[in-house]
Design a protein around this ligand. Structure first.
Ligand code: IMP
Ligand code: MG
Length: 180
């Protein structure tokens, strides 16, 4: 049913699984001796978050934050509003932010600055997808990237169009008639 709306598959289930395994190994080394708070950004990162923490063989805590970034369906504005804040006190803690995709980088810029302001001991970023061509905040360079994608609007594996398609098990591009 959902598949009928997809023009092209950009990243298959298998490619996602490989990226998760590779990142999990790297993050296991990174946080072996540093207890980390893994912060998933709702709602897009929820599915990647569930997979990545299970690929990390270290002691960790998880927490979630929900932010809305004003703008239209296709581009964030940089004005970020906190819908749900963390329950964890970050002072002196190592923080790993887990995102679904970095586009302009505005959302992440806001969050990284906020966590530093809250005196986190370190703040690193792990994103499943990166769209480097679209970056506006040039100083936002993710520490861990699953895959780079071209400048196309993608859905699936947590990513939505108008709140739908998050449950697709792969990453795809919608047919133009769906969003016109
Ligand atoms: P940024 O602030 O422009 O980097 O936007 C990041 C957020 O915009 C992501 O967390 C996504 O929720 C959303 N986003 C950016 N590009 C896409 C896309 O291609 N498909 C779905 N959501 C996207
Ligand atoms: Mg998001």
């Amino acid at each position: 049913m959902l598949e009928q709306d997809i023009k092209e598959v950009l990243v298959t289930r298998e490619e996602i699984q490989e990226a998760v395994n590779r990142l999990g190994e790297q993050l296991t080394k990174e946080y072996k001796d540093k207890e980390v708070v893994v912060v998933g950004i709702l709602r897009g990162a929820s599915i990647f978050m569930a997979d990545i923490v299970r690929a990390m063989d270290v002691y960790l805590e998880i927490d979630f934050m929900d932010v809305s970034s004003y703008g239209d369906a296709f581009e964030s504005s940089g004005e970020v509003k906190i819908i749900k804040d963390l329950d964890t006190h970050l002072e002196g803690r190592h923080v790993l932010v887990v995102e679904d995709i970095i586009d302009t980088g505005r959302t992440l810029k806001y969050l990284v600055d906020l966590f530093k302001y809250r005196k986190a001991a370190s703040v690193q970023v792990c994103t499943l997808l990166d769209k480097p061509e679209r970056r506006v905040m040039k100083d936002i360079i993710p520490d861990y990237v699953g895959l780079e994608v071209p400048d196309e609007f993608v859905v699936g594996y947590g990513l939505d169009f108008e709140q739908k398609y998050r449950n697709l098990p792969y990453i795809g591009v919608l047919k133009p008639e769906i969003y016109q």
